[in-house]
Write a protein that binds this ligand. Structure first.
Ligand SMILES: [Fe+2]
Length: 196
């Protein structure tokens, strides 16, 4: 069984997202990694006698993807801040495709998806079959993911991401801060790989 290790991120001081908030958020991320490893180990035990362990097995199997997606999405999230704020490159493949599909309103549209009530994630995916983006809202972190589509941009809009800095009503300000700190070159690289 593979044991996942929590990644470390080389994060600059963020503008509008406090170090305390980032520290607590990273702690939550580490929790997902630990929980995933613990569940995966437990499931190996349960798999030996599925009849005896039927109830525990069904609960843990559901929890497993919750913990995994919590782990993986936070990795997409935090690495987007590494290297510091970097604007979208004019004329890059990502910039041209965003403009083609969303004209000038991508940020507003994506922020509106992030503004959907309830814990979750706004996610931009690339669908190579259609040569189009998909944008979606993932409830918590596992309900509504687009199967197999590579993730280009991931915005965490759980309250834990903004409560400390902006309060319960502060999601909009937090989303502004998210974009302010975003390293678009990370997002461009993901898009180039997905669209290659
Ligand atoms: Fe989070």
């Amino acid at each position: 069984m593979h044991t996942y290790e929590a990644r470390t991120f080389d994060l600059p001081v963020l503008d509008g997202i406090s170090e305390k908030s980032v520290e607590e958020h990273l702690g939550l991320y580490t929790g997902y990694v630990k929980n995933f490893n613990a569940i995966a180990a437990k499931l190996i035990e349960y798999a030996a006698d599925t009849e005896k362990n039927a109830h525990a097995l069904s609960e843990l199997i559901r929890r497993k993807s919750f913990e995994f997606d919590g782990m993986r999405l936070h990795e997409y999230y935090f690495e987007q801040f590494e290297g510091g704020p970097t604007p979208l490159t004019a004329g890059s493949a990502l910039e041209r495709q965003l403009k083609k599909e969303y004209h000038e309103y991508f940020k507003e549209y994506f922020a509106a998806i992030g503004g959907i009530r309830g814990p979750g994630w706004a996610i931009l995916y690339w669908d190579a079959a259609a040569k189009e983006f998909q944008t979606g809202f993932v409830g918590e972190q596992h309900q509504g993911l687009f199967a197999a589509l590579p993730i280009v941009l991931a915005l965490d809009v759980w309250e834990h991401a903004f409560l400390l800095d902006y309060g319960a009503q502060g999601k909009g300000k937090y989303v502004d801060a998210f974009f302010k700190n975003l390293n678009w070159s990370v997002v461009e690289k993901r898009f180039d790989e997905a669209a290659a």
